[in-house]
Write a protein of this length. Structure first.
Length: 461
């Protein structure tokens, strides 16, 4: 964890932004897989981690905004815990690591909430996403389950986003560690992938790189020859000559910070001419979008600029037609690029998504579109120094979507459906890097990861 002064400062700012009442930071517990004792790897709630740094289960913290103090709630380990899990730090020791002034048994939480409610004090809490935390909040605060999200504190959500969206130098350094290991994962697969091997073997190789660094995967990795399926987390296929292998995977550091990198490579030693043409459009779009990312520029504009570049490239290949500006305004490009250009990242690969995408990526002045494709843009607001985000354009040939739109005659003024028949087995290509918005522009995070056609093909030989 960072120095405890970091967490003290974060909690103090949160208290200032909330004015009065108490604020609950509820940590996570273990979650069972298929019976109580067989649990998933523990992952702390990112908001609790951000404000305390404590990566232990069964903890909660309450910030008394008016008194200016924080209390850590939990229980010291008993002898049975020590027998099974080894010596554990005391609650007081954990509190000291985070600069927390007071400790209390976990069972003291109901009385704390009861006293606050009797005094008419505001109880701030963030929207829960785990069932066990929803159940506890229901018992403590009497909130009906369907209303849990609606009754979460908007003021606290906005205060957390306002603070956590801007990454400190320490956080950027930690994210770069994640990005560098993520890059090593990708390079290992770029060197090793051969026809006859399986997606599962490539996935295992990549994960072994993360494990060797004592890191975890930041999210369910995508390692697939079916790159046209945007979130494909199955690894059953065998790699064959002429196919593309799309890899979207990232490492998570011991402190919980994520990397999120995508590369696409030819299973053969070289791209086919058709693959090279599409790859070059995607790569040039990604490089152009990175160059366009700087303070004050709405990321929605960067996204639309990327969409325009993709449309221009596809028109040059005869796959799109007509006025490309009109095509993008109509949303015709979304047949090939149906997702957003990028999202914030940090302690979550989709940073603070549990708080609500519209709070993180939008604002009162920038509202979410309802247009297919553009509606999936997670980050649209103007960029600010300290933002860390992904830039990840792609081109995909989704047979089912092509057939649906073709049968409907949708956007036929802009799409050459006849020529698309030669691309139905193409798959998809995406290229993704992680950037920091600086005072004067941007910085691509981490060591360079091969991505030009020449760099990728050199690793394949």
């Amino acid at each position: 964890m960072f120095d405890r002064s970091v967490y003290v400062g974060r909690r103090q700012r949160l208290a200032r932004d909330l004015d009065s009442g108490i604020a609950l930071l509820l940590g996570n517990d273990y979650s069972s897989r298929n019976y109580p004792a067989n649990v998933y790897r523990f992952r702390q709630d990112s908001n609790f981690l951000y404000f305390t740094g404590l990566n232990r289960p069964q903890l909660a913290a309450i910030i008394d905004i008016d008194a200016g103090t924080t209390t850590l709630f939990g229980d010291d380990a008993g002898i049975e815990d020590v027998v099974w899990s080894g010596p554990q730090p005391t609650l007081a020791s954990l509190a000291g690591q985070s600069g927390i002034e007071q400790v209390s048994p976990f069972s003291g939480l109901p009385d704390t909430f009861s006293a606050a409610r009797k005094s008419g004090r505001k109880i701030h809490f963030l929207p829960p996403y785990r069932a066990e935390n929803k159940i506890m909040l229901h018992h403590w605060l009497g909130i009906p389950f369907p209303e849990m999200k609606q009754q979460a504190s908007v003021a606290m959500i906005q205060a957390v986003v306002a603070q956590a969206a801007h990454k400190s130098a320490e956080e950027v350094a930690e994210i770069e560690k994640a990005v560098n290991v993520s890059g090593q994962m990708h390079v290992a697969v770029m060197k090793a992938a051969r026809p006859g091997q399986t997606e599962a073997q490539m996935m295992a190789l990549a994960e072994s790189i993360a494990k060797a660094a004592n890191y975890e995967l930041a999210y369910g990795a995508i390692v697939t020859i079916n790159g046209q399926t945007l979130h494909n987390e199955s690894y059953h296929n065998t790699l064959k000559e002429g196919q593309l292998l799309l890899m979207d995977m990232g490492a998570e550091t011991e402190m919980g910070y994520a990397g999120d990198i995508t590369r696409t490579l030819p299973v053969s030693s070289r791209f086919t001419p058709q693959q090279r043409d599409i790859y070059q459009i995607v790569l040039e779009t990604e490089v152009g979008a990175i160059q366009a990312s700087k303070p004050g520029v709405p990321y929605k504009d960067v996204h639309l600029g990327a969409a325009l570049r993709i449309a221009e490239g596809l028109k040059s290949l005869g796959l799109m037609q007509g006025n490309v500006q009109d095509a993008v305004e109509a949303g015709a490009h979304a047949l090939f690029f149906p997702h957003g250009l990028g999202h914030m990242m940090g302690l979550d690969v989709h940073d603070m998504e549990d708080l609500g995408e519209d709070y993180v990526g939008y604002s009162d002045a920038v509202k979410r579109s309802t247009q297919f494709g553009l509606a999936y843009l997670r980050l649209a607001r103007p960029l600010e120094p300290g933002f860390v985000l992904t830039v990840e354009p792609g081109i995909y040939f989704i047979p089912e979507l092509i057939k649906l739109w073709g049968d409907e005659g949708k956007h036929k003024a802009f799409i050459n459906y006849e020529k698309l028949a030669g691309y139905l087995n193409f798959g998809g290509i995406r290229v993704e890097d992680n950037i920091l918005i600086t005072k004067d522009g941007h910085q691509v995070l981490g060591d360079p990861i091969p991505k030009t056609v020449e760099e990728v093909e050199n690793l394949r030989n």
